[in-house]
Design a protein around this ligand. Structure first.
Ligand code: UTP
Length: 405
């Protein structure tokens, strides 16, 4: 279809003004981007509250710390065995924009050290090395980036010699992008020949892994399970043998590390059952009852929050790979060019980005083992520069865990 007709069909005639004034090569660049747009996303605009309807929710228990302690040696042994057999790979989700931190480079390149450089990526590699040292073999590490941060991320790892992890053990793959739109549903341009695109959320990780050829490669290597984790939790243990072993022994097709909520209204997604299947409910979706009800031990009924550290069986991920994840819309400050071609950097949200989320994959699994970890040793997310979940709070936790900053 002619690009003009495509734009008219989707009510995006405003873009024609820019398109028609462009030289042929720039028109071609923009046309390629426009043809790749998933126009079905625009039909979500105007939907109710941009949330997806929920089924019947019920609490889901976890394997709690006291029980884990009794069996930790057995879990660890099973995990080490799986790692040594090459069945486990790690997938670092690092395609996000980290806007809250206000660091315009990839979040993993942020230096959290005080008296010496200590980069977020370095913390994660060190944590993984604890396990590879214990198992006596490397764990393949796949790093998801986006078009916006791939070059900087790869260059950073090269510059730091992969922090001693071995370049041969690391692969990068790039996630997909989605258009950003105004509140009225108009696509934004960030340059006359370029759409304003954002990474399409961490839910696209598995399809991007497949499209990149990395999935085929890892299956050839005999990998059966993937530990997917976020870039910003500097204390998390990655591919922890006890967690891996417990999940494998449980017979579930996935495991999720969870922490006990610090207080009822803490902003954590909570692992529960939805229509009898595992599911994660975001803190803003919880009713007052879900937030406050307690069991006969006096513990919160919906007590276990996820920390974005999941172990998935590849076979199950392949089975669900043709199913669509729900798309979430988030308000966002989108830099754009206005009708006269002036570049505008908004100070307030001026539109939506579209994202799918890895947490929605949990509901597609048959069973999920909720595995409790100690928040003081494993949960130090760096979302903001100061305050809650910040550089400051993560530094405190790193220090308490004996890391020199
Ligand atoms: P966040 O939800 O913290 O999003 O990502 P973000 O984009 O990094 O940060 P803000 O909201 O702009 O401040 C949780 C994890 O998912 C990854 C992030 O890199 C982080 O590890 N992620 C997020 C992706 O890999 N791709 C995405 O499109 C979004």
């Amino acid at each position: 279809m002619e690009i003009r007709d495509l734009l008219r069909l989707h009510g995006q005639e405003k873009l024609l003004r820019h398109y028609e004034s462009l030289p042929a090569d720039a028109q071609e660049r923009l046309a390629v981007q426009l043809r790749a747009v998933d126009w079905s996303l625009l039909s979500l605009l105007g939907g109710e509250n941009h949330t997806n309807p929920r089924g019947e929710l019920a609490p889901l228990g976890a394997l709690e710390l006291a029980e884990i302690e009794k069996d930790r040696a057995r879990y660890t042994e099973a995990g080490i065995e799986a790692i040594q057999a090459g069945k486990i790979a790690a997938v670092l989700l690092a395609g996000g924009q980290g806007t809250r931190l206000g660091w315009d480079k990839p979040k993993g390149t942020y230096n959290i050290g005080i008296t010496r450089p200590l980069y977020i990526f370095e913390c994660l590699i060190r944590n993984l090395q604890d396990v590879t040292d214990m198992a006596g073999r490397a764990i393949p590490l796949y790093i998801m980036t986006s078009d916006k941060n791939n070059a900087d991320t790869v260059a950073f790892f090269e510059e730091h010699d992969y922090f001693g992890y071995g370049k041969e053990n690391v692969r990068f793959f790039v996630q997909e992008m989605a258009p950003a739109v105004s509140f009225d549903g108009d696509l934004y341009l960030e340059a006359p020949d370029r759409l304003a695109l954002s990474p399409n959320g961490n839910g696209g990780w598995f399809s991007s892994l497949e499209r990149s050829g990395c999935l085929a490669e890892m299956r050839e290597l005999g990998v059966e399970w993937l530990n997917a984790f976020a870039v910003d939790n500097v204390c998390q243990r990655i591919c922890s043998p006890d967690f891996v072993g417990a999940t494998l022994l449980s017979g579930s097709d996935c495991g999720a590390k969870v922490v006990s909520k610090a207080f009822p209204t803490e902003k954590l997604g909570v692992l529960c059952l939805e229509d009898g299947k595992p599911s994660i409910v975001e803190y803003y979706e919880m009713t007052d009852d879900m937030i406050t009800l307690r069991d006969d031990r006096g513990e919160l009924l919906y007590r276990f929050g996820v920390i974005l550290n999941y172990l998935f069986k590849i076979e199950s991920l392949v089975e669900i790979s043709n199913r669509h994840l729900p798309v979430h819309m988030a308000e966002k400050k989108v830099p754009y060019i206005d009708e006269d071609g002036n570049f505008i950097k908004p100070t307030e949200p001026n539109g939506f980005k579209f994202e799918s989320l890895i947490l929605d994959m949990i509901h597609m699994m048959d069973a999920c083992l909720a595995y409790e970890v100690v928040r003081e040793t494993e949960f130090a997310p760096v979302k903001n520069a100061t305050g809650v979940d910040s550089v400051e709070s993560a530094r405190e936790l790193l220090k308490r865990n004996g890391v020199t900053l």
